[in-house]
Design a protein around this ligand. Sequence first.
Ligand code: CMP
Length: 139
Amino acid sequence: MERTFSIIKPDAVRAGHIGPILEMIEGAGLQLVATRMLHMTQGEAEGFYAVHRERPFFADLVKFMTSGPCLVSVLEGDDAIARYRALMGATNPDEADAGTIRKRFASNIEQNAVHGSDAPETAREEIAYFFRATEIVSR
Ligand code: CMP
């Protein structure tokens, strides 16, 4: 069993896509073990994406991620990190495969509907950034 961290981003929440995205997640056999709505502050978004702070898109990314509420979740399953990344599709929706979340719901490389952790260490850090251990259930 592995855990990964997911964000349904403000573009997808605004467009009313929480339901179909969660349906795709559950349909792929990933289990929701924690979730909540959150409107990120500037400080939270800057901290979460600190690894990208030197990138030219950083300021826009923080503005986007604080533009409205998102749904943060912890997903669990065998090989959850890789399976959720496959389900999300490529960062740029133009390069995402058919049947992926980003192909269906992303607008562009920034407003790309969802985030998922890229490795076990990142998953641990990202989960701990938004959830206490007591907020995560076992199923
Ligand atoms: P995410 O998987 O959350 O990780 C970093 C985010 O930065 C990414 O999804 C996009 O929202 C955004 N991003 C990545 N590359 C670019 C880019 N070239 N231009 C604008 N935004 C980007």
